[in-house]
Design a protein around this ligand. Structure first.
Ligand code: KIV
Ligand code: ZN
Length: 390
């Protein structure tokens, strides 16, 4: 990471919010495997679970805390003494631990879910942060549904949480309601208006209900957030959370724009993505940014020709930087002669006569009209026919 840039902390919540995806429950052993993969990727904080949610969750958090040494392990807790104490117990074996406590701050959540007055909510938040500080000096406070909370109240509760000892303040867009410019402004205004804001790292946690989780997180980073909460493959409650791989590669790729950088081993991204997909059974869509099978695949002749001459014509990042072996030329009906010839060469076929190549290329185009993708075996068969006929 460049010396004059801030660090952007990556807080992975695949094992907690990711597991809240309907159908994505994980066993203790699976969580341990994902925890180790995240550690290899050098994720700063791993939210391993919500220990008070169930004895099994507490056991999983404890198991991850035992085997992961290089990332901070975090446990989620409602702003309740009981939850905080259970989280602290589960986190005991961690080399570095964080308690993440939260309470809702939007009018709808306070009135209809918590049935509490704003003053009571502030009081409970302060008590929770203090209790958590009794267990560890690394405490994060989240104002749940901050994205729909009243600005003045949000300022008040965040200021009180920092005074009580929270060193990370998380601003969740719990229901994915915000737009990027609005969410970026919210982070900037909070930092400008809260007198003790420089005593805490501002974090964001964006959900993807409108498909804006990554855009909102990045807008927040451009406005001073220095921790992003995210998940592998964008797994998470409902439409999911911001995808770690998209956040990391946006920041890495656009260093001309971002005043900070991530400290990740990005070549581990594909491993993590495949592991999470295999364990949860959630298939990654082929056109998913960074980790989808087509993310570095080129099919059209014009693109293939450009990439063969200079990869940067159509690639803004290197496939190898996120853990793919290389980019991929897909031979299909849009492919051109250059890509066809290059692929033949790669599999050891180099026609001596131009007419043979022309004949093979025209047979390839006929076949490509009938088949989505032409594989090496198809090419071998097609070449045999050309040799046989000539
Ligand atoms: O979405 C949310 O608000 C959360 C909090 C618990 C951080 O997951
Ligand atoms: Zn969430």
């Amino acid at each position: 990471m460049s010396a004059n840039k801030d660090k952007l902390y990556i807080f992975d919540t695949t094992l907690r919010d990711g597991e809240q995806s309907p159908g994505a429950s994980m066993t203790k052993d699976e969580k341990m495997r994902i925890g180790k993969a995240l550690e290899r990727m050098r994720v700063d904080v791993i939210e391993a679970g919500f220990p008070a949610a169930s004895p099994g969750d507490a056991e999983s958090v404890q198991a991850v805390a035992e085997i992961v040494r290089d990332s901070t392990i975090c446990g989620l807790a409602r702003a309740l003494d009981k939850d905080i104490d259970i989280a602290a117990e589960a986190l005991k074996p961690a080399a570095s631990k964080r308690i993440h406590t939260f309470i809702a701050t939007s009018p709808i959540h306070m009135q209809t879910k918590l049935r509490m007055e704003p003053d009571q909510v502030v009081e409970q938040a302060v008590r929770a942060v203090k209790r958590a500080r009794g267990h560890t000096d690394d405490v994060e406070f989240s104002a749940e549904d901050a994205g729909r909370s009243e600005f003045d109240f949000l300022c008040r509760i965040v200021e009180a949480a920092i005074d009580a000892g929270a060193n990370t303040i998380n601003i969740p867009d719990t229901v994915g309601y915000n737009l990027p410019s609005q969410f970026g402004d919210l982070i900037r205004r909070l930092r400008e208006n809260i007198p003790n804001s420089d005593k805490a790292v501002f974090s964001v946690h964006c959900h993807n209900d409108l498909g804006l989780a990554v855009a909102n997180s990045l807008a927040a980073v451009l406005n001073g957030a220095r921790q992003v909460e995210c998940t592998i493959n964008g797994l998470g409650e409902r439409a999911g959370n911001a995808a770690l791989e998209e956040i990391a590669m946006s920041v890495r790729t656009r260093q001309d724009v971002f005043p900070c950088n991530v400290d990740l081993e990005t070549t581990e991204i594909i491993n993590c993505s495949r592991l999470v997909s295999t364990i949860t059974g959630f298939v990654v869509q082929p056109n998913k940014a960074v980790v989808g099978a087509n993310a570095f695949a080129h099919e059209s002749g014009i693109h293939q020709d450009g990439v063969l001459k200079n990869r940067e014509t159509y690639e803004i990042m290197k496939a190898e930087d996120v853990g793919w072996n290389t980019n991929r030329m897909v031979l299909g009906k849009h492919s051109g002669r250059n890509a066809f010839k290059a692929r033949l060469k790669e599999i050891g076929i180099d026609f001596a006569r131009e007419e043979e190549l022309n004949s093979a290329f025209s047979r390839f185009k006929d076949l490509a009209d009938k088949k989505h993708e032409i594989y090496d075996e198809d090419l071998q068969a097609l070449v045999s026919e050309v040799i046989h006929d000539s």
